[in-house]
Design a protein around this ligand. Structure first.
Ligand code: UGA
Length: 443
């Protein structure tokens, strides 16, 4: 099939590349010329395991092309995926200006029947707004072309995006058109072989499914973080509690890991946007607001624990930070707990000595050169000459740690572990003051 994808960000690039990989003829369009030029040269703007080689082999095979030419893009695909950004507005609701601009472009150059597919995470009702916008532009042109707009939310996790696309649990499509059903079946057929993954539903249900899925996952995390804070105060070990409740299949083991708060481009933005949508329809979404508030508070706990260990005096101290990305296998630092920590440390007059396997460039891009931020070549260097260590991201390479060696490196034997990577008893035995999340006896 001929497919066009608008937006070469995370979702667009993964979608376009995975669809090209199964033989579709894909054009990815972006208004950012530098990005498109880079992609044409094989430069991938994001870090995602496996993506670079997949892009290169599909470009080589001639199935994946990049352009800034809107007319060419619209004319190419029967399917037109919209995968542009929906940044949060001042009030937390998703800003649809890019989505609606693409709708306008499609209306401007449409030359025959098209299926327009909302892939970006967009508020309930967006498909209707996209339909209206395209119809307006067609009207202005005096053009009479048939089209359908459907919702096909993505469920990709950063760091596992290719796996999620190719072996995802479900492919949700919101539409009331038989023609769209056929097109989407054909589009996804190569990824829909062993059992039926396509779930057709009403457009608004599909749009809400995306938000509901992320809000549910975010709720699980905030719930566990709340219980872990309670566990600390009650002298219980959250890791035992986690296993205890996870064994109930109604609860399950997934996504109940306490930590230093969720980050990334999705959960914080989507929970806020859904709460905002709720208030727009006159509903006070108290649970969603609490999920967000608990998460914000959780991100501050790293600094609070450290500050407590130093009796509130962190001025002049050098703090080693392991992990800057919001989770492993990505260079993404959007809403990362490491940022809340570092900014609080700087405000308290401390210096940060940090290492992350992928996110150092991103960290420099965000914070620039500054005396109180030293980025070092590995995690061993990060603790050299540091007063204490804070672990923000659970990269695999941090998991093997010799407590006694660490104690010898640190000015004060303080470790704040935001990801519960180690056993408190072993850390204590090595002479460290080890503060984890919700592990009562470690406080
Ligand atoms: C999330 C969802 O998991 C995807 O299904 C969804 O498609 C995506 O958002 C999206 O809307 O695009 P992602 O943001 O890449 O994916 O990251 P996750 O792996 O879900 O992690 C989110 C955050 O939750 C991380 O900060 C992670 O550290 C935290 N987390 C996760 C916990 O603190 N505890 C857990 O048990 C699990």
């Amino acid at each position: 099939m001929n497919i066009t994808v608008f937006g070469t960000g995370y979702v667009g690039l993964v979608t376009g590349t995975c669809l090209a990989d199964v033989g579709h003829d894909v054009v990815c369009m972006d208004v950012d010329e530098a990005k498109i030029d880079g992609l044409k040269r094989g430069e991938i703007p994001i870090y995602e395991p496996g993506l670079e080689s997949m892009v290169l082999r599909n470009v080589e095979a001639g199935r994946l092309n990049f352009t800034t030419d809107a007319r060419q893009a619209v004319e190419h695909g029967t399917l037109q995926f919209i995968a542009v950004g929906t940044p949060p507005d001042e009030d937390g609701s998703a800003d649809l200006k890019y989505v609606l601009a693409v709708a306008g472009t499609i209306g401007e150059f449409m030359d025959g029947y098209k299926v327009i597919i909302d892939k970006s995470t967009v508020p309930v009702g967006t498909a209707d707004r996209v339909t209206t916008r395209i119809a307006e532009v067609l009207n202005e042109r005096g053009a009479m072309h048939d089209f359908d707009v459907c919702s096909n939310p993505e469920f990709l996790k950063e760091g596992a995006a290719l796996e999620d696309f190719t072996r995802g649990a479900r492919i949700v499509v919101g539409t009331d058109s038989e023609k769209v059903r056929e097109c989407m079946h054909e589009c996804y057929a190569p990824y829909n072989r062993n059992h039926e993954k396509l779930m057709f539903m009403d457009v608004r249900a599909a749009e809400l499914t995306k938000y509901a899925a992320n809000a549910m996952l975010a709720t699980k995390i905030s719930f566990m973080n709340e219980i872990s804070n309670l566990a600390e105060r009650l002298g219980a070990d959250i890791e035992e509690v986690r296993r205890g409740i996870g064994s109930d299949p109604r609860i399950g083991y997934h996504f109940i890991y306490p930590g230093c708060g969720y980050g990334g481009s999705c959960f914080p933005k989507d929970v806020q946007a859904l709460a905002r949508t709720a208030s727009q329809v006159g509903y006070d979404a108290e649970l969603l607001q609490a999920v967000e508030a608990v998460n914000k508070r959780q991100k501050v706990t790293l600094f609070e624990k450290l500050s407590r260990a130093f009796d509130g005096d962190l001025a002049g101290k050098t703090i080693a930070v392991w992990g800057l990305a919001f989770k492993p296998n990505t260079d993404d630092m959007r809403d990362a707990p490491s940022r809340t920590l570092m900014e609080a440390l700087w405000a308290a007059g401390a210096k940060v000595q940090a290492y992350d396997p992928e996110a150092m460039k991103e960290c420099r891009r965000i914070y620039g050169e500054r005396d109180d931020l030293v980025l070092v070549a590995d995690n061993v260097q990060a603790v050299k000459g540091a007063d204490a260590l804070v672990i923000c991201t659970e990269w695999k390479e941090f998991r093997t740690l010799d407590g006694e060696w660490l104690k010898a490196q640190l000015g004060f034997p303080v470790v704040v572990d935001g990801r519960n990577l180690f056993e408190p008893a072993a850390m204590k035995a090595a002479g460290l003051m080890y503060y984890a999340v919700g592990r009562g006896d470690s406080m």
